[in-house]
Design a protein around this ligand. Structure first.
Ligand code: SAM
Length: 238
């Protein structure tokens, strides 16, 4: 059976203690990830320890932002194989989670994971961020929006900020070297009603990899004209 020893060991370095039932869920999640990855492309990361560190552990680093202390509604944009949304849900059941991705086969995978892991209060959406950001059921309805490895911060801000309530936050998971990307996104963040709050650098335990969490606070409602139609944010970033 697949193990998650590396995850358990390194989570302690991040001051995260995993319960037995969480560990069982991560084991099952990894089995399903490896099984489905043989049929459809979900992730290029296939090694056991790498899955533990680069997917599971990397995802749960967000828990130390201090934004997860109460019951929250969270949307993960361009979630792919469920990262970072699903690992966060596994360790914190207080999250009411929406996973959104434009690729249906990844959504089918996520539906199976959610069912096999018996997770409650998780919804999957097959669609584009630009379309759902205009939908009244989702627009400005979330305390937190997350995203990893989807687009540059200017484009990503237009995908994510429309979902965030005023007073809520968008957390972008980025690499270490983020200053120029952040500068290029200043206009988009402001235009969409956001304000850069802080950058948290995180060294991924067991590696030399440093990641940054970019935290953007929503301070004003997003104007109705945003997000622009699908494809536009990427073609012509704000
Ligand atoms: C490189 S993958 C990253 C997946 C996951 N977040 C991770 O870090 O492993 C990017 C994902 O974003 C999705 N995506 C890209 N543009 C999108 C959009 N406009 N709306 C919704 N999903 C999008 C793709 O389908 C893909 O699954």
């Amino acid at each position: 059976m697949t193990n998650v020893d590396a995850l358990v060991k390194h989570a302690e370095n991040l001051n995260i203690s995993l319960k037995e039932e969480d560990i069982d869920k991560f084991i099952l999640y990894k089995e399903l990830l490896k099984e489905w990855n043989e049929k459809i492309n979900i992730t290029a990361i296939k090694d056991d320890e790498e899955i533990d560190i680069k997917h599971f552990l990397d995802s749960i680093t967000l828990i130390n932002t201090g934004l997860f202390n109460e019951k929250i509604r969270l949307i993960d944009i361009g979630t792919g194989g469920g990262f970072p949304g699903l690992p966060l849900k596994i360790i914190n059941d207080n999250i009411d989670l929406v996973l959104l991705d434009s690729l249906n086969k990844r959504i089918n995978f996520l539906d199976e994971v959610i069912s096999k892991l018996k997770l409650n209060n998780v919804e999957t959406i097959h669609g584009r961020a630009e379309d759902y950001g205009k939908d009244d059921n989702y627009r400005e309805k979330f305390h937190i929006a997350t995203s990893r490895a989807v687009a540059s911060l200017d484009v990503l801000s237009e995908y994510t900020l429309p979902f965030v309530k005023v007073g809520g936050h968008f957390i972008a998971m980025k690499g270490e070297d983020i200053e120029e990307e952040l500068k290029n996104a200043e206009n988009a963040i402001k235009t969409l009603g956001g304000r850069f709050k802080e950058k948290i650098l995180i060294k991924l335990p067991g590696t030399d990899i440093v990641h940054s969490l970019i935290i953007i606070e929503k301070i004003k409602e997003t104007l109705p004209k945003y997000p622009r139609q699908a494809g536009k944010p990427k073609k012509k970033p704000l």
